[in-house]
Design a protein around this ligand. Structure first.
Ligand SMILES: Nc1nc2c(ncn2[C@@H]2O[C@H](COP(=O)(O)OP(=O)(O)OP(=O)(O)O)[C@@H](O)[C@H]2O)c(=O)[nH]1
Ligand SMILES: [Mg+2]
Ligand SMILES: [Zn+2]
Length: 351
C-alpha cells in the first residue's frame, strides 16, 4: 500500500522534509492500546515502540503518538518491528479535555478529515451531547458529519424530525443510516473517498462498530449488546484505523461515557447560590434534593420560590459534574499507566 493511499499528502511531505528523518521510514499509527502501538508503512503493519529519546522528550499524554499520526520509524528484526523516532505535526485532530484545573487534553485521533458523529436515533439522540462533539470537531479543524443510526427502529416521520433538528441546530451534514435495512449506506460510502480519513465518534452502543463491519462487508470487529436502559456495554476498547476496500480509512473508537468540555468544577454552588441557600435547610446534610423527606429545595420548587426549569437545570449540570469527577479518577489511573509505559519503553531499549 503506498503512502498516498494511507492518507499521505503534500502537507505531510513538507513537514517531513522539515524534520531530519535521518533514514526513518514514514508510517501511520493504526492502533494504540495501553501504550503499545502498531504502525502501517509501505512494508505493511508492524508493532512499534517509542525511542528512548522521543519518550524522554514527551511531556504530556497529548504528545504521544495516537491513531492517525504520521511518524518516522526505523524497522528492525528484518522488518518485523519498529522504533518510532519522530511524530510529525498534526494537520487536524480530535481530542477531549481531561477535566481538572490544568487545561489538558486526551487525544482521540489525529489527521482526520471528517468526524462521523454517530447517534442512535433510538435511545441516544441528544442535542447537548451532539454539540460537544461538534465543538471538538471545530476545535481540531475536522469536518463534522452527523450519522443518525438505527433508523429501522424509528418511524419515518421521527427520523425526518430528528434530521431536521440536527440540520437546523448544527448546520452540519446529517445522514440517516440503518445497518439493518441498509438505508443511507450508499450516501455514506460516497463521503468515504479514497485516501480520506474518517473517525467514528459517539456513545457506547450507538452502533459505530456495526457500521464499520457493514462497510467492510464482514464481521471483522466485535459489536456489543445494550443494557435495559439502552446504554452500550463498552465493547470496543481500542482506537483503530481500518482501510476500507474502496480506499477510505476509518477509525473506530470506544464509546465515551462522557465527552467533557466543561471543566467548571465547583462552579455549580456559585452558579446556583439560590438553590444552595435552600439546601442549607434540608433535613439531611447529604440530601440529594431528589426524593428525601424534609428537602427544602423541593419544597421551594413546589412553593414557587425556585422555578422548575432552574431546578431541572441544576440537576442536569450536577449530573454532568459528577461525570467529570469520575473521569478525573479515571485520568489519574491513566496517568500512572502513562508513566509506567514510558519506563517500560526505556527499559526495553536498554535490553
Ligand atoms: N436495529 C439496529 N441495531 C443496530 C444498528 N446498528 C447497531 N445496532 C446494534 O446496536 C448494538 C451496539 O452496536 P455496536 O456497533 O457494538 O456499538 P458501538 O457504538 O461500537 O459501541 P462501543 O464499542 O461500546 O462504543 C448492537 O447490538 C448492534 O447490533 C442498526 O442500524 N439497527
Ligand atoms: Mg464499538
Ligand atoms: Zn434537599
Amino acid at each position: 500500500m503506498d503512502l498516498n493511499a494511507m492518507g499521505f499528502c503534500a502537507w505531510f511531505a513538507e513537514r517531513a522534509a522539515e524534520l531530519d528523518l535521518n533514514g526513518c521510514d514514514l508510517a501511520r499509527v493504526c492502533a494504540v492500546d495501553r501504550g503499545s502501538c502498531r504502525i502501517l508503512s509501505e512494508a505493511g503493519e508492524v508493532p512499534a515502540e517509542l525511542s528512548g529519546k522521543l519518550s524522554f522528550h514527551i511531556e504530556s499524554p497529548e504528545e504521544l503518538p495516537c491513531v492517525g499520526d504520521w511518524v518516522g520509524a526505523r524497522h528492525y528484526d528484518g522488518g518485523a518491528a519498529a522504533i518510532i523516532h519522530h511524530v510529525l505535526p498534526r494537520r487536524s485532530f480530535l481530542r477531549r479535555r481531561t477535566p481538572g484545573a490544568s487545561a489538558r487534553y486526551q487525544m482521540i485521533a489525529a489527521n482526520v478529515d471528517a468526524a462521523l458523529i454517530v447517534q442512535s436515533g433510538q435511545h441516544d439522540f441528544n442535542p447537548a451531547r451532539l454539540e460537544r462533539y461538534l465543538v471538538a470537531a471545530a476545535d481540531g479543524r475536522v469536518e463534522p458529519v452527523v450519522l443518525l443510526t438505527k433508523t429501522d427502529l424509528l418511524a419515518p416521520e421521527e427520523t425526518e424530525r430528528s434530521l431536521e433538528v440536527i440540520r437546523s441546530v448544527t448546520g452540519a451534514r446529517a445522514l440517516a443510516v440503518s445497518c439493518v435495512t441498509g438505508e443511507g449506506l450508499g450516501a455514506l460510502r460516497q463521503a468515504l473517498a479514497p485516501g480520506r480519513t474518517c473517525c467514528l465518534l459517539g456513545s457506547s452502543g450507538a452502533g459505530k462498530t456495526t457500521l464499520l463491519n457493514r462497510l467492510l462487508g464482514r464481521e471483522a470487529f466485535e459489536t456489543g449488546g445494550l443494557s435495559g436502559t439502552g446504554e452500550g456495554t463498552h465493547t470496543t476498547t481500542r482506537r483503530q484505523l481500518v482501510t476500507l476496500d474502496q480506499g477510505a480509512l476509518l477509525i473506530d473508537t470506544p464509546g465515551m461515557r462522557e465527552f467533557g468540555l466543561m471543566g467548571a468544577e465547583g462552579g455549580l454552588e456559585l452558579e446556583f447560590a439560590d438553590i444552595a441557600a435552600h439546601a442549607a435547610l434540608c433535613r439531611y446534610a447529604d440530601c440529594t434534593h431528589l426524593d428525601e423527606p424534609g428537602c427544602a429545595v423541593r419544597a421551594a420548587v413546589e412553593g414557587g420560590e425556585i422555578a422548575p426549569a432552574r431546578y431541572a437545570g441544576y440537576l442536569k449540570l450536577r449530573k454532568e459534574s459528577e461525570h467529570h469527577a469520575l473521569s478525573r479518577l479515571e485520568k489519574r489511573r491513566k496517568d500512572k499507566a502513562f508513566g509506567r509505559m514510558v519506563r517500560e519503553v526505556k527499559k526495553g531499549l536498554k535490553r
